[in-house]
Design a binder for this molecule. Structure first.
Ligand code: ADP
Length: 401
């Protein structure tokens, strides 16, 4: 069974084609700069095998539909393609960012589901519209394939009311659905399941704290396999310090900037999402550059690292309190998988809570699930590579039955 996974953004589409019999990747691709003069297409056929072939093109891609058409042409090329025609694909799994309160699990896409995703646009104005575009294009291009939506928010729908409510006038929840939703759910669920299988336990018997540290960052408290709290909120801005996003700030910052600096709501929103976080503190949002600058004596780079890892540690403490018993902490995503310094600083001083890293193992980059804690650590610490595309393909396969 072949499943295509599509992650459709405002000017880009990422895709991966899986052979689900052995979960191998037949092709992965990125179509970027859709709508610009010079669109970029990169497709890797049979990646990381002896047969790997990379195809790159720069050409005008007017819209998502024409981008996906080119991708299908590459995948079905009689000489080098990986499938004979588009009907070889049994299902298309779509990443959809915001499922609101409507969707608790991966869902086959019907007209009603499309309407519900559209209804959630005010909650994710930048993400849900391009996600919808991707679905419409795929319905057109793969009419015989099942279309399945996998929501970033779905895993967090088990969070109880006392954790998802903000202490705001209740009508804002009733009328506007303003509450914590959480994101990165597919990644948290995937690494939690991988961690359970590494530990030889059932996920429903485990309490875990996965920490996703990439450009976007979030942490989740998982009790008996279910999300009970998470750091991202109504939008993907709350909680941890991210590459360009602030994470938690005093909400009065908005009013202060409007009154004292003449900033309007759009520029404040842009500043908090695009000009803050690590970048706001030191001008760089890539952790590798930050380490280089720290080595060169740049104090602002050091501050950015300290602020991010302190916030991480504060939330680990919060989720230890939320969960009571914790079986494992899991680091994942670009920083979480690669950066032993951030991992060590995040867990620094938590030895009295039973969290002890093995300093030698923790110095390694995580290529496959790796136990990072020492044998005397009561709470295990794992590094587990996330794979959101594979997670979406697996979810789609389960929905297909
Ligand atoms: P996204 O959230 O966009 O999916 P990733 O999970 O790919 O992001 O993480 C990207 C970030 O990971 C980069 O911005 C960089 O800060 C960090 N990163 C990647 N490789 C390394 C590395 N070797 N050491 C430290 N940080 C890294």
């Amino acid at each position: 069974m072949k499943i295509l996974v599509i992650n459709s953004g405002s000017s880009s589409i990422k895709f991966q084609l899986f052979e689900m019999a052995d979960e191998s990747v037949l092709a992965s691709g990125l179509i970027e700069r859709i709508g610009e003069k010079k669109g970029h297409i990169k497709c890797i056929l049979h990646p990381e095998t002896g047969k790997e072939r990379i195809i790159k093109r720069v050409e005008l891609i007017v819209d998502h539909k024409s981008g996906m058409h080119r991708a299908v042409d590459i995948l079905t090329d009689p000489d080098s393609g990986v499938i004979s025609n588009s009907s070889d694909i049994s299902a298309v799994g779509h990443r959809v960012v915001h499922g609101g309160e409507t969707f608790h699990q991966p869902t086959p896409i019907t007209d009603d589901v499309l309407a519900a995703i559209e209804k959630n646009i005010p909650l994710a104005p930048l993400h849900n519209p391009p996600n919808l575009d991707g679905i419409l294009v795929a319905r057109d291009l793969f009419p015989g394939a099942a279309q399945i939506a996998v929501f970033d928010t779905a895993f967090h729908q088990s969070i109880p009311p006392h954790a998802y409510h903000y202490a705001l006038p209740y009508e804002l929840y009733e009328k506007q659905r303003i509450r914590k939703y959480g994101f990165h759910g597919t990644s948290h669920k995937y690494v939690a399941s991988e961690c359970a299988s590494q530990m030889g336990k059932l996920l429903e018997d485990l309490n875990l704290i996965p920490i996703h540290l990439g450009n976007g960052c979030s942490m989740t408290a998982i009790k008996n396999g279910r999300s009970v709290d998470t750091t991202l909120g109504l939008t993907p801005l709350e909680g941890l310090v991210m590459g360009t996003r602030s994470g938690d700030v005093d909400p009065a910052v908005h009013a202060y900037l409007a009154r004292n600096c003449g900033m309007d709501i759009d520029s404040i929103d842009m500043m908090l999402n695009k000009e803050s976080g690590l970048k706001g503190l030191c001008g760089m949002n890539d952790m590798r550059d930050i380490h280089d600058q720290i080595a060169a004596g740049n104090e602002r780079a050091r501050l950015a690292l300290e602020v991010q890892t302190y916030r991480n540690r504060k939330y680990v403490g919060a989720y230890l309190a939320v969960l009571g018993r914790v079986d494992a902490i899991v680091f994942t995503a670009g920083i979480g998988e690669n950066d032993g310094v951030v991992r060590a600083k995040t867990l620094e001083g938590l030895e009295p809570f039973g969290i002890i890293l093995d300093p030698v193992v923790n110095n390694q980059r995580v290529r496959e699930p790796l136990l990072l804690s020492s044998t005397e650590s009561r709470i295990q610490v794992w590094g587990i590579p996330t794979n959101e595309e594979l997670a979406i393909a697996r979810e789609a396969k389960i929905v297909l039955g």
